[in-house]
Every structure is written in C-alpha cells, then in structure tokens.
Design a protein around this ligand. Structure first.
Ligand code: NAD
Ligand code: ZN
Ligand code: ZN
Length: 376
C-alpha cells in the first residue's frame, strides 16, 4: 500500500460543536501505532446515539468529534504487532472491545471488556486521544470509531474480520443497532418459546429486538411506539400487536396488564427515555418478568422497590451482550444465509455530503436506518 506508514488526508464530517450542522472537512489520519489498524470506511449508518450526543446529552465535552459508529470497511494498513489482520481484509470496527485477555472477556457472563473506553470515558463518549486532526486541532473519534470519515485508526481489540463476500453497505448495521436489539432479546432477556413480549420504541434497535423475540419463539409480541408510522415495519419483523401509549388515558403498563393477564414475560426498552424505562419495568409480570434496558441517556431513573421485590428482574445490555469477535462474524453469516434480516431496516441511502439530511431524518423519526456511502 502506497499510503502505509504515512498520514492520510481524507474527507470526514466533523461535529465542531453540539446543536450545529456537521461540516465536511479534509482531515489528517495518522498511521496506526502498536496494535492498531487503519481502515478505509466504505459505508456507515447513523444510530440514535449520534443524535443523543449532538442534541440531547448533558455533557458537552465530547467535541469536536467525528461521529459514526455503525461502519464497515477494508483494512488499509496495520501497526506493529498486528498479525491477525492484513491489508484488504473486510472488517467491522465496533465501539465495544473484546481484548480476549481480561477477566471479563474470559467470563461467559458478559461482553463488557475491561479495556473498553466506555468504562472510563463515558462522559466524553470517546477516548481522549485520537489519530484525527483538522486545521491543527485534534478531533475525537466518537465512541472510539468515528466512521463518518473515509479512514479511521482503531485498536485491533475493537475490530472484527468478516466474510469476504459480505456486502459492506448492509453489514455495517451489525456494528451497533441491530446487534444490540437482537441480542437484547436473544441473549440478555433470554426470550423463551411461547412467551409474551413487549418492545418499547420501534427504531432499528427496537425492530431488531422484535426480530429477536420472533426468532426466539415468542408467541405474542407487542410493539409500542408513539409514532404509529413504525407499526407497519414492526409487522415485517414479527410483531403481533401494536400500541400507541398516547391513544390511552391510562398508563400503557395498565393497558398491557389487562391484555396479558397481569403483564408480559419480557419487556425491552429501546427508546432512551427514563419515564419509558420505568413504564416498561411496570409492564412485565410479577414473579418472573424480565425487563431489559437498551435505550441510552444520562438521566437518573427510579422505581418502587416492590417492583423488584415481587420477583421482576431489571437488566441492561451493551451491544446485546454479544462478544464482538466471537459473535459478529456469525451474525454476518446469519444475514447471508437469511436467518436474520438487515435490508428491511434500510429506509434511505445517501452520500457523506448529505449527512445533515440524514441527521435530520433520524432526529425527526422519519427513517429507520440511513446508509451513507463514505468512500467513493
Ligand atoms: P430511534 O430514534 O430510531 O428509535 C426510537 C423510537 O422510540 C422511535 O420510533 C420513537 O418514536 C420511539 N419513542 C419515542 N418516545 C417514545 C415513548 N414515550 N414511548 C414509546 N416509543 C417512543 O433510535 P434507535 O437508533 O433505534 O436507538 C434506540 C435507543 O437505543 C437509543 O436510546 C440509543 O441510544 C440506544 N442504543 C443503545 C445501545 C446499547 O448498547 N445499549 C446501542 C445502540 C443504541
Ligand atoms: Zn477484555
Ligand atoms: Zn449505536
């Protein structure tokens, strides 16, 4: 590779500050250091967590940054000590690490690797160090990825090698939202055959949770959203019942309790709203109900102890509990063999230059997933 070992100048969408449009800039991407990989990003999608960081989060220190964490691409070069990747490999860079060596990676109970940035820098939403610079300033890599750039540098513990024939403009979705929702149902909740489930929030994450409930054999899947335009898609992924909380003059937990003889077996919150988080816990049945929190916010939430004392379990999930190196290549194969859907999540396709249109569509609930062509 003619570029190996050199600084690469390329296009990226820079978020200079919160609540402002992203700016297409020429940035410099340094060569990979010990253990790192430089990747040419081919395609990237937009997840609600970008909207959260730009507009909703309370902590505003994580700027300037390059957003994007649902990308896929091709290895351009590798740094010293990297023997398991080579230029030309198709890869998905992920915001979640699997170092394979820490006690968390060695335990089958969790995918929360001890080396993950999220354990130490969640308020910044990235490592404080970066290989990106623009106009003489360091630019952060959002959630350690920053896939709205033609090139990124990332440690090998965050990178997954995938099938040579995988279509990068679809499997990029597995880098976050779809794996998260799907795994929330099949791993974290552990949805069982014949069970009754409720999914709150029908963005890509919630729809993937619906798909997980269906694949796990749930007999009834309630799809709950305040935007009724999402119901048609939810049907595609296997939802059987549709509820708009705004259409009732009582809490949706009471509506669900009446419809299900006391509450659902599994409820999954895929919104990112603490009032909804409380509501989905209330919606699951006493004795054995399991509630999984997926939506991300930095606002505290509360619940009455009796909710847990009565036998409910309240859990959270990071990337659906998937250990990336063990599971993402399998999910790519599951897509290629038709076991899971990906195409059905894609409602828009755009070029990187149209990034602000994509942000607006996501912010206003008009798209499920928009795929951006990053490299021409
Ligand atoms: P999205 O914006 O596409 O979808 C959210 C949905 O929630 C929308 O359809 C919206 O209409 C609906 N909604 C809003 N208020 C509601 C309410 N009161 N009741 C019911 N539905 C309501 O977002 P997404 O990309 O699907 O992401 C969903 C959440 O998951 C976000 O909070 C995101 O940050 C989080 N997330 C978490 C992880 C993780 O690892 N835990 C990973 C990815 C995303
Ligand atoms: Zn680890
Ligand atoms: Zn995400």
């Amino acid at each position: 590779m003619a570029t190996a070992g050199k600084v690469i100048k390329c296009r990226a969408a820079v978020a200079w500050e919160p609540n402002a449009p992203l700016v297409i800039e020429e940035i410099e991407v340094g060569p990979p250091q010990e253990g790192e990989i430089r990747i040419k990003i081919v395609a990237s999608s937009l997840c609600h967590t970008e909207i959260y960081h730009l507009f909703e989060g309370k902590d505003k220190r994580g700027f300037p940054t390059v957003l994007g964490h649902e990308g896929a691409g091709v290895v351009e070069s590798v740094g010293p000590g990297v023997t398991d990747f080579k230029p030309g490999d198709k890869v998905i860079p992920v915001s979640v690490a699997q170092c394979g060596e820490c006690r968390f990676c060695k335990s089958p109970k969790t995918n929360v690797c001890d080396r993950n940035w999220i354990n130490y820098h969640v308020d910044l939403m990235s490592y404080p160090t970066t290989r990106f610079t623009c106009r003489g300033r360091p630019i952060l890599q959002f959630t350690n990825t920053g896939t709205f750039s033609e090139y990124i540098v990332i440690n090998r513990i965050y990178v997954v090698k995938i099938h040579d024939d995988a279509p990068l403009d679809r499997v990029c979705l597995l880098g976050c939202g779809i794996s998260t929702g799907y795994g929330a149902a099949v791993n974290t909740a552990g949805v069982t055959p014949g069970s009754v489930c409720a999914v709150f929030g029908l963005g890509a994450v919630g729809l993937a949770a619906v798909m997980g409930c269906k694949n796990a054999g749930a007999s009834r899947i309630f799809a709950v959203d305040i935007n009724e335009q999402k119901f048609e898609k939810a049907k595609v992924f296997g939802a059987t019942d549709f509820l708009n909380p705004k259409a009732y003059n009582k809490p949706i937990s009471e509506v669900l309790a009446e419809l299900t003889n006391g509450g659902v077996d599994f409820s999954l919150e895929c919104v990112g709203n603490t009032e909804v988080s409380r509501m989905y816990l209330l919606s699951c049945i006493k004795g054995w109900g399991v509630s999984v929190l997926v939506g991300y916010t930095d606002v505290d939430f509360s619940a009455r102890p009796i909710q847990l004392i009565s036998g409910k379990t309240w859990k959270g999930t990071l990337l659906g509990g998937f250990k990336i190196k063990d599971s993402l290549p399998k999910l790519v194969n599951d897509y290629m063999t038709g076991k899971i859907m990906l195409d059905e999540f894609i409602t828009h396709k755009m070029d990187l230059e149209q990034i602000n249109d994509a942000v607006n569509l996501m912010k206003t609930g008009q798209c499920i997933r928009c795929i951006l062509n990053i490299s021409k």
